[in-house]
Design a protein around this ligand. Structure first.
Ligand SMILES: N[C@@H](CCC(=O)N[C@@H](CS)C(=O)NCC(=O)O)C(=O)O
Length: 221
């Protein structure tokens, strides 16, 4: 059986978990918060999430895990179109949203956890990068009703959890980035209104105490 390593508070973990649930693939969860050497044998950078495949191989990096699940189980509820260009467009949206929205906003996380003010220089850096992401997302998103048209794709799942960190960062810097992308709020509400999304959100909330206890111990916060 597939094993998903990581913790439910992680937005990246939840991308892969959502894909597994959407495809209906049997899997077990192995609680890992990272930060210990043993985990490096499964995830070379020590990042959450990682997968152990049915063959016993290990893979990390969320988008790579998504691709693996599609390649290994292509006929089980496909999440990429068959046309190569359309597939690339799905991956383009995933990458753009991660690089130009999630990653800049992720830089606010230490300030979220310590409930402290983000320095103006960092706020400006975030704005410079996110403005390019917003412009690109406004050009790419279709909301028909899914992000790239009438079919739900990997991009919908990926974006849902990218936006969790964008929302956190937005709140901390006082700039609602999600509101800058036309139609994104309505899409977000639609994506939240599924059994899988509700299960993942509930699991995430339930992991809050365990995650914060780990952070406290690991970083002495
Ligand atoms: N590029 C990685 C990023 C994953 C990531 O940043 N995961 C966080 C949890 S949300 C993590 O592992 N944090 C612990 C650490 O950096 O040691 C991916 O796509 O999977």
């Amino acid at each position: 059986m597939i094993t998903l390593h990581g913790f439910a508070y992680s937005n990246y973990y939840n991308i892969v978990k959502h894909v597994l649930l959407h495809k209906g693939l049997p899997f077990e969860e192995d609680l890992q918060y990272g930060g210990d050497d043993a985990y490096l044998a499964i995830s070379p950078v020590g990042k959450i999430p990682a997968l152990t495949t049915e063959d016993g191989g290990h893979i990390s990096e969320s988008s790579v895990c998504c691709d693996y699940l599609e390649d290994a189980y292509p006929d089980v509820v496909p999440l990429y179109p068959t046309d190569p260009l359309a597939r690339a467009k799905v991956r383009q949206l995933m990458k753009v949203s991660e690089l130009y929205l999630e990653l800049p906003c992720r830089r606010t996380i230490p300030f979220v956890f310590s409930n402290s003010e983000v320095p103006d220089s960092l706020k400006q850096d975030i704005r410079t990068t996110a403005e390019r992401g917003i412009q690109a997302m406004n050009a790419m998103c279709q909301f028909g009703p899914y992000v790239l048209g009438s079919e739900l794709t990997m991009a919908d799942i990926y974006l849902r959890y990218v936006l969790k960190v964008v929302a956190l960062g937005s709140e901390r810097i006082g700039w609602d980035i999600i509101a800058e992308i036309d139609g994104l709020k309505a899409w977000e509400a639609m994506m939240a209104d599924t059994e899988i999304a509700r299960r993942i959100d509930a699991d995430q909330q339930a992991d809050g105490p365990g995650f914060f206890a780990h952070i406290k111990q690991r970083f002495g916060l």
